[in-house]
Design a protein. Structure first.
Lengths: 212, 212
């Protein structure tokens, strides 16, 4: 199998960290080229999103969390999506919140402000899609609310979905570091009054997997 | 346990259909009141989103798919999130696409055009969040692309994530019917040149669970 990768991009990083936590090494194929995806990749996969996992029989699995759940199923240890009904549910919930409320909010700010994405305000569109400047401010509002929300959760638990490190922490770390690209990350004013976020961020960032 | 429900809303419907497919009956507590959530619910859950599952010990599980994965874990039959690594991955992938590319796109159009949501352009915000009219057009573009994408997938497979009905079909049906609220559903011009979407829509809509 091989993983089509854009190494600096935040979505593939979710898979890198996940694989590092599992102790797995999967062959990577870099398909990024500066601010765009290489042309042969865009021709092979017109949706033009990363990461994609290609199995040896040619089966294609898209989406970071789908790839992670694939590896969870074939290498269950250590478990990163829960082990009982409640942990399974809480990890799904917080992973989804980190994605929708932080990752997508950071993407809103980044894609609608960066001049390199002037006609590409959403990933996965072949046709031009203009930027919407109002989404920058809205994205900041969403991120500020997200930091407050998870600060309350991290006051109660060591990690985002409970007292065990999980896929929810991975998505959240990648999302917050992505917000850092537009200076709205963990060291920004948005998060400075969130002591539990600071404690958690320091802890998950210092895990070896964070460098994967 | 009980499920806090806003019966007409599209997110709770994902859980209703899921439970019906499992043959489960869970006590529902209606918390919707016209176009808003009841005040006592908003006070108890300031995030003010539905659905929420409350277990008998007071544990709270938010997010439609987290609730569904909870029930999958305690009632595995019939399986709706896959049974082997590949089906687990494909269902996660297509459920996520249906959510991000269709459900959220429909929400963009609805929330930014409906006068009842003038200051509530995103769910879950206590403070006012103004509408962004450009998101209406962008949402239509996203929906049009989504119909084309799943038409290709449904040409190859009976259901969205393969030849077995799954949680991906549930999210997709709820998302498309939500798009119907703003006249961009399966019977709209956006989907009329997608014969495989039409075939699939007729099939999943006629399952008894669709009326749940």
């Amino acid at each position: 199998m091989k993983l089509y990768d854009w190494h600096i991009a935040p979505n593939p990083r979710r898979v890198h960290i996940f694989l590092a936590e599992k102790g797995l090494n999967i062959p990577l194929l870099e398909v990024g080229d500066g601010f765009v995806l290489k042309q042969d990749y865009r021709e092979k996969f017109p949706q033009a999103m990363v990461p994609i996992l290609e199995l040896d029989d040619g089966t294609i699995i898209g989406e970071a969390m789908a790839i992670c759940r694939y590896f969870e199923a074939i290498h269950p240890t250590p478990p990163l999506f829960g082990t009982d009904p409640e942990s399974i549910a809480q990890i799904t919930c917080w992973e989804n919140r980190a994605n929708e409320e932080c990752f997508l909010a950071a993407a809103e700010v980044f894609r609608n402000s960066n001049p390199n994405f002037a006609d590409r305000s959403l990933p996965g569109f072949a046709d031009k899609l203009p930027q919407i400047p109002q989404l920058i401010e809205r994205g900041k509002t969403r991120l500020a609310q997200f930091y407050k929300k998870i600060d309350g959760q991290l006051k109660k638990y060591e990690f985002l979905a409970g007292n065990t490190f999980s896929a929810a922490d991975i998505t959240c770390l990648c999302a917050i570091d992505f917000a850092g690209w537009v200076e709205l990350g963990a060291d920004s004013p948005l998060a400075q009054d969130c002591p539990n976020v600071q404690r958690w961020y320091k802890e998950v960032s210092s895990r070896p997997s964070a460098q994967a």
